[in-house]
Design a protein around this ligand. Structure first.
Ligand SMILES: Cc1cc2nc3c(=O)[nH]c(=O)nc-3n(C[C@H](O)[C@H](O)[C@H](O)COP(=O)(O)O)c2cc1C
Length: 386
């Protein structure tokens, strides 16, 4: 794989300076600390709802391995619960016990063998936990709770307010319980190292636990974890500090934020800029700018590239690398996001589900414009034949 060798000092410096992307394109390599992505295309984390007791299996190997073969520079595994009760559904991936490591190691090895960097997202679903597997419900945004009788559990949250009105109330975490969850994030990060991941993303978006602390729409606490910006961001800041302690210095750390709640009285992109500046000082290298999903009734103006302005603003004002995500489907569109300096990488979810060879097809579409050979995106044993 293309992990460029560099000293620890160089690695530290390379992540401090924001790179000038004006001469870059979708197929330019991108380096954070000692890790170099072969291009700017990443597989956005996507729950597969295909695990039993948090274990990865052959589904994950084939699904993720196909995207590495297809030419992505970065393959980020789905939200992986740092605790069993932090899974969205009982079928989620987990990193809450050492036994999870072996199969993940096989997957990271395969991804690296085909030139992509293996990443994983560590997560706690908070009040959105213990819900039905969405492909059995038919809508991934609608959360249908599972009762204890059906193998569910009581979710936990900053405040005892359910995500879906009328659903069972989550348990309001005590300060001691908050610390335990922060340590669970740290232990999961240690397991990610052992499993061979080279890129770690903390899930701080989509109304899950960390997001529900910093968004004023879900946190109604009156102690040091609620109220002011400083108090609401304490959970994600303390968690990040603990994770950075065990995540190797030469490897990049990313945080996914719901960079805007898009509603009056909610978290704003200016809040995200302020938080990104703090996270950068703590050793975070990239902010993955997603948005929304803290409350079920809120409506958003979707459209192609709808979250790119968030990545652009956080990058420009917090001077930190960003990932753009959300309805990025066209080669030209993705290339422009990079070459205009709006973000450092693009993450694709559904389009890479539809087409694992999207990077190759994008290279074909941009071949003339960028003067590259599309075949070079594929492994040798494919490219000779096509
Ligand atoms: C099936 C599916 C599962 C997802 N699971 C996760 C996840 O585990 N973690 C996460 O942060 N986002 C998750 N997302 C959101 C995607 O990462 C991405 O942000 C979103 O789909 C928008 O990108 P797209 O328009 O390219 O699909 C999921 C999306 C899909 C479609």
């Amino acid at each position: 794989m293309s992990n460029g060798a560099s000293t620890k000092e160089e690695a530290k410096e390379s992540s401090k300076e924001l790179q000038d992307n004006t001469a870059s394109n979708l197929f330019s390599p991108f380096t954070l600390r000692s890790v170099t992505l072969r291009n700017r295309i990443g597989v956005s984390p996507m729950c597969q709802y295909a695990s039993v007791d948090g274990f990865a299996n052959d589904w994950h190997l084939v699904h993720l391995g196909s995207r590495a073969i297809g030419g992505a520079g970065l393959v980020i595994l789905e939200a992986s619960g740092v605790e069993a009760r932090g899974r969205i559904s009982p079928d989620d991936l987990g990193l809450y016990k050492d036994e999870h490591i072996d199969m993940l190691k096989k997957i990271t090895g395969f991804i690296e063998q085909y030139g992509a960097v293996p990443g994983i997202q560590i997560a706690h679903a908070g009040r959105k936990a213990s819900t039905k597997n969405p492909w059995k419900v038919g809508n991934r945004h609608e959360k249908q709770e599972i009762t204890e009788a059906d193998g569910g559990w009581q979710p936990v949250a900053p405040s005892a307010v359910p995500f879906t009105p009328g659903a069972r109330a989550p348990h309001e975490l005590t300060t001691a319980e908050i610390k335990e969850i922060q340590l669970a994030f740290q232990s999961a990060a240690s397991r990610a190292v052992k499993a061979g991941f080279k890129w770690l993303e903390i899930h701080g978006a989509h109304g899950y636990l960390l997001n529900s602390f910093y968004s004023p729409l879900a946190n109604f606490r009156t102690d040091e974890y609620g109220g002011s910006f400083e108090n609401r961001t304490r959970m994600i800041i303390e968690t990040t500090k603990l994770v950075r302690q065990v995540w190797p210095e030469h490897l990049p750390l990313a945080v996914r934020l719901s960079a805007s709640d898009w509603v009056e009285g909610g978290w704003t992109v200016d809040d995200s800029v302020a938080l990104a500046k703090i996270l950068k000082e703590l050793g975070v290298d990239l902010i993955d700018c997603s948005s929304a999903y803290v409350r079920p009734g809120d409506r958003y103006s979707y459209g192609p590239g709808w979250q790119v302005p968030l990545a652009e603003k956080v990058r420009a004002e917090a001077k930190i690398a960003t990932a753009a995500v959300g309805m990025i489907t066209e080669a030209k569109q993705a290339n422009e996001i990079i070459s205009s300096g709006h973000a450092d990488i693009v993450l694709l979810a559904r389009e890479l589900m539809r087409d694992p060879y999207w990077p190759y097809h994008a290279a074909q579409a941009l071949e003339e414009e960028l003067g590259l050979k599309a075949k070079s995106v594929l492994p040798a044993n494919y490219s000779y034949a096509i």
